[in-house]
Design a protein around this ligand. Structure first.
Ligand SMILES: Cc1cc2nc3c(=O)[nH]c(=O)nc-3n(C[C@H](O)[C@H](O)[C@H](O)COP(=O)(O)O)c2cc1C
Length: 335
């Protein structure tokens, strides 16, 4: 069999599920994964996902509408499970007949999976551990993303390579699994496919696409950055369980440590509850990421990036990125 046929065959379940030409998803990235990048990814044969993040239902409504004006191909919407208006956001996806909803941020609240299914959309969930993956499969999710700690943004504690070894052999025959975190080349894509993945999800590698609206200085920081610069945030107070975030080291990283101390003091003084404390931390990230992505303040903002940042060498079009990833995967499979 030719290596390109082998690649299509290994991705078959992924492409069938996504309705795309290649089972390469561009993971939702808050502020970055908006109408332009998402439509460009889907138009180039991949699968784009809108990052809803902290958007209001009205904003999501507009973003979906604008994305639909730019592509007729399938794309997904990423919703964060702890969003206070989750059910309304699901309804907006239903109104637009969005074909795929990707749920991130842990256990979905009761009724939310069913509500998505009722809209006719396929549900893809992030499973950071085996037990959760099995639970999701029992609840009827259509596919799973396993994301390791090499990824940019909010991360779990385990490396992609370990998650892949532990989880793929056990569930890849039940639902399509997409591997994410630290993937920078097609060679790595081929390796995970051969281990049983049906596709992959990349974020960092697509940030510097021409079609990405990220500020030129944000892109420059990526092109300059090396794997070792993409560090995880530290937790300063054991009571305040902050989800670690991987970003390029800068003043903003230190600012986060200061923010945690400030929130911990408010907790001590009984001025806020734990839930509110965690929300303040999450709002900090959303604001800091916006500052870097949109305003280009890469010193004080949060330059969320994965360890694969060292493999981002230049600004290219989405089509070029997908083409080189595909060609590299084919070369690897032909060996
Ligand atoms: C700047 C940035 C923002 C991100 N924002 C989100 C988000 O809002 N929701 C989400 O589920 N994942 C988010 N992610 C994770 C990506 O969707 C994707 O899973 C991850 O980037 C894959 O790993 P990689 O960066 O090593 O390619 C973000 C990643 C980056 C780099």
């Amino acid at each position: 069999m030719q290596a390109n046929e082998k690649l299509s065959q290994l991705m078959q379940r992924g492409t069938d599920l996504l309705g795309s030409e290649t089972a390469i998803m561009c993971g939702a990235m808050s502020w970055v994964s908006e109408r332009n990048l998402v439509s460009a990814i889907s138009n180039a044969g991949g699968f784009g996902v809108i990052a809803c993040g902290a958007m209001t239902p009205d904003l999501l409504d507009t973003e979906i509408l604008e994305t639909k004006k730019r592509t007729t191909r399938p794309f997904g919407v990423n919703l964060i499970t702890m969003h206070p208006d989750l059910m309304e956001l699901i309804a907006i996806c239903g109104k637009h007949q969005v074909s795929h909803v990707v749920l991130a941020g842990g256990l979905p609240p009761k009724g939310s999976l069913e509500a998505i299914k009722e809209t006719g959309a396929k549900v893809i969930c992030f499973a950071p551990a085996m037990a959760l993956a099995k639970k999701f499969i029992r609840s009827g999710v259509d596919a799973i993303v396993i994301e390791g700690m090499e990824a940019g943004g909010h991360i779990g504690p385990v490396a992609t390579s370990v998650l892949a070894q532990e989880i793929l052999p056990q569930i890849a025959d039940q639902v399509p699994v997409f591997v994410a975190g630290g993937i920078g080349t097609g060679e790595m894509i081929a390796a995970y496919l051969e281990m049983g993945a049906s596709g992959v999800q990349l974020g960092t590698r697509f940030v510097c696409a021409h079609e990405s609206i990220a500020h030129p200085d944000f892109k420059k920081a990526f092109i300059r950055g090396n794997a070792r610069d993409a560090v995880t945030s530290v937790q300063v107070d054991p009571r305040l369980p902050v989800i670690p975030v991987r970003a390029l080291k800068n003043k903003g990283t230190e600012e986060f440590t200061r923010k945690q101390i400030e929130v911990a003091k408010l907790l001590d003084a009984g001025e806020i509850e734990m839930g509110e404390a965690q929300l303040q931390i999450e709002h900090f990230w959303a604001g800091a990421l916006r500052k870097a992505v949109i305003d280009g303040d890469v010193e004080n903002g949060s330059v969320m990036a994965g360890q694969s940042v060292g493999m981002v060498k230049t600004e290219e079009s989405v089509a070029e990125i997908i083409k080189s990833l595909t060609e590299e995967a084919i070369v690897a499979l032909s060996r």
